[in-house]
Ligand binder design. Structure first.
Ligand SMILES: Nc1ncnc2c1ncn2[C@@H]1O[C@H](COP(=O)(O)OP(=O)(O)OP(=O)(O)O)[C@@H](O)[C@H]1O
Ligand SMILES: [Mg+2]
Length: 261
């Protein structure tokens, strides 16, 4: 991975849905997010937060502009190359867990590993169990989603996002349907992924208190960034990346030793 590049970058990204009346989801988005940053995306309903997250996560393609991940241009990738790159580099957490109901928690976590095809069956299971344990779910791997609480299900969804050890986690309202205690647990996990493991988390949230506990807040109105500023949640001086891609200090030196499995 190239040391100088921001982990995720949007350059002049606009997404327009074609139709009799074209709909602009986001327009002229320029941003650069570095490793070890915990970024909130906020804005009114319909302002384009999910649309932006899907573009940054390569689930959608810009009409114009470019999304770069770790310095790599993604628009020219062939479909299967983009899919593999996504599997290895990005983890998604949505408001609703989207776990497969007929599979156990452990099996759900192994699905992205099987798709990527880098681990054999025994190693996949071992890794899934180890991720579950690291998120306080060691006893729950055999349960189906309907046998778990909402907070546990969302933690399994986070575990699934970590399956292939991606540097970047994108979350769309990850605490939006949780009670306050579960919401706090999930937020703490996301923060730990950043501050202990040096991952990058970008999370859409309606919760302004939560947004203010992150490192940075990007605010959207009508598909455009109206504000991009530090938030109050940085524990200690860490990486800062300007839209021009200047890089500050990296994650803590010991981050690699303490990574989740
Ligand atoms: N498939 C679609 N067809 C037409 N319009 C769409 C489509 N998808 C999104 N939009 C519109 O694009 C705009 C941005 O939607 P988006 O889902 O990104 O907003 P959001 O900020 O995530 O909102 P929320 O907070 O309600 O989740 C909205 O006005 C929405 O109605
Ligand atoms: Mg949304």
């Amino acid at each position: 991975m190239s040391p100088a590049a921001p982990l995720v970058e949007a350059r002049g990204v606009t997404r327009v849905l074609a139709g009799a009346v074209p709909v602009t989801l986001v327009a002229d988005i320029d941003l650069a997010i570095g490793r070890g940053e915990l970024t909130a995306i906020t804005g009114p309903s319909g302002s384009g937060k999910s649309s932006l997250l899907y573009l940054l996560g390569l689930l959608d393609l810009p009409t114009t502009g470019e999304v770069l991940i770790d310095g790599r241009e993604t628009s020219a990738m062939a479909e299967n190359e983009r899919a593999e790159f996504r599997l290895a580099t990005l983890g998604f957490v949505f408001q609703f867990h989207f776990l497969l109901p007929e599979f156990s928690a452990c099996d759900n976590i192994m699905i992205p590993m099987r798709r990527l095809g880098r681990l054999d069956a025994a190693a996949r299971r071992e890794r899934a169990e180890s991720i579950l344990a690291s998120l306080g779910l060691a006893e729950h791997g055999h349960k189906r989603p309907d046998q778990l609480s909402g907070g546990q299900r969302q933690r399994v969804a986070v575990a699934r996002a970590l399956a292939n050890d991606p540097p970047l986690i994108l979350a769309d309202e990850p605490t939006g349907s949780l009670d306050s205690q579960s919401s706090e647990q999930v937020f703490d996990i996301l923060k730990t992924l950043v501050e202990r493991d040096g991952r990058t988390v970008v999370a859409v949230t309606h919760d302004l208190d939560l947004a203010d506990r992150m490192h940075r807040r990007i605010h959207l109105v009508d598909g455009r960034i109206t504000e991009d500023r530090p938030a109050g949640g940085r524990a200690s001086p860490g990486p800062t990346i300007s839209p021009a891609g200047r890089r500050g200090a990296g994650p803590p030196a010991d981050a690699a030793d303490q990574r989740l499995p």
